[in-house]
Design a protein around this ligand. Structure first.
Ligand code: PLP
Length: 365
């Protein structure tokens, strides 16, 4: 019996993907073994954090890095770093920002909730949020018109949570920001191509350690040595409340070492095999059809279960049936209002696929 079932929590089949609310990633056994070794000893934390920050930042393709508790903490700490620079007095003053610049610009279509509100993560530092554009689109004049002496940085979100149409591209934002001597912070929490963002010209890029990288709960900011130093010193201020322990600092590094050596083609082929097998198992179930749909920015093939017009359940009812059973089957649900439930192959195991197919068959029978 797994330890979660022992304390009365349901066994999970994770078809949702690498979701923070499900514990994100199953960590590789040899990463776990290394974490076990470091957990048993001591280390000078003030030396460890910048050391691993640098090594991890390099592995991600940047000059340096800063390990955080998670991406959400990475957002707070990057904004704090923009506000304070290297001034330790200002670090201790946050969130009482009585100096300028202190405004963070963000496109309306990037005002996401990733489990919490991104605007709150920005405001936690004392910075003010300035939304620009509309959910239907942002034009360059929106950004140009919003920039003034109060502007500290521009936040850019890369995510399926964000509006995908009509937003200014990362290239456009970086170009305009740098022409105005402004920094760009990119929330790329769940992205897979770390070096692309490292090379994008963005000043801060934030990744989750527990999503694509597959490590323990953690985050990684990457950028220049100076900026990452300015992130590290937030530990003397508001980042103390977002502390990351030695196990997770080292665990992120071990996972990133593996991630940087991975054979992506082979991995994607395995995801495809899982997706195709699930699609095959679902093929004969009446009332639903399936389709394989690739993620917009990452090489992830997902199985879409499309509920037909005559399907006796709504998407929400189907999800609740899948979740309510034992094991609890979790799916990717942001298209549910269109009658589409998605299965992400990354955390699914071959022996779980028939269980999913049988459950859907039984629900619809
Ligand atoms: C998951 C996610 C976050 C939050 O990441 P955590 O590491 O769980 O804090 C923030 N932004 C985006 C775009 C995400 O996908």
């Amino acid at each position: 019996m797994n330890p979660y079932e022992k304390i009365g929590l349901p066994k999970i089949i994770n078809g949702a993907g690498k979701m923070t609310y499900l514990g994100s990633s199953a960590i590789e056994p040899d990463v776990i073994e290394k974490i076990g070794m470091v957990a048993q000893g001591y280390v000078d934390m003030e030396l460890l954090k910048p050391k691993i920050g640098k090594l991890a930042g390099r592995l991600a393709g940047a000059e340096a890095g800063c390990v955080t508790a998670c991406s959400a903490a990475g957002i707070v700490i990057s904004v704090a770093s923009v506000l304070t620079g290297g001034d330790i007095y200002k670090v201790e003053m946050l969130p009482d920002v009585n100096w300028m610049p202190n405004e963070i610009i963000i496109q309306k279509g990037h005002m996401v909730n990733f489990g919490a509100n991104i605007a709150q993560a920005i405001r936690l530092t004392g910075a003010a949020v300035k939304e620009i554009g509309m959910v239907t689109g942002t034009k360059e004049y929106h950004l140009l018109g919003a920039i003034n002496e109060r502007t500290a940085a521009i936040m850019y979100v890369v995510s399926h949570h964000a509006v995908s149409n009509g937003m200014l591209s990362l290239e456009q934002v970086i170009k305009i920001a740098h022409e105005h001597n402004l920094q760009v912070i990119v929330d790329a929490a769940a992205e897979t191509d770390l070096s692309y963002y490292a090379g994008s010209g963005a000043d801060y890029v934030i990744f989750s350690g527990h999503k694509a990288i597959g490590g323990p709960t953690s985050g990684l900011i990457i950028g220049s040595e100076e900026r990452m130093h300015n992130c590290q010193i937030q530990d003397k201020g508001i980042a103390r409340m977002m502390k990351v322990g030695k196990e997770n600092i080292m665990g992120l590094y071990f996972a990133l070492e593996q991630y940087s050596k991975r054979n992506e083609e082979k991995q994607v082929a395995e995801f495809e095999k899982i997706a195709e097998e699930l699609q095959r198992l679902l093929a004969d179930i009446k009332g639903v059809t399936t389709k394989i749909k690739w993620d917009a920015t990452r090489p992830i093939p997902r199985v879409q279960l499309i509920l037909g017009k005559n399907c006796k359940l709504t998407g929400k009812q189907m999800i609740s049936e899948l979740e309510g059973g034992n094991p609890s089957i979790r799916t990717r649900n942001h298209l549910v209002d269109e009658g589409i439930i998605q299965f992400d192959p990354r955390e699914l195991k071959a022996d779980e696929l028939p269980v999913i197919a049988k459950r859907i068959f039984d629900i619809l029978a």
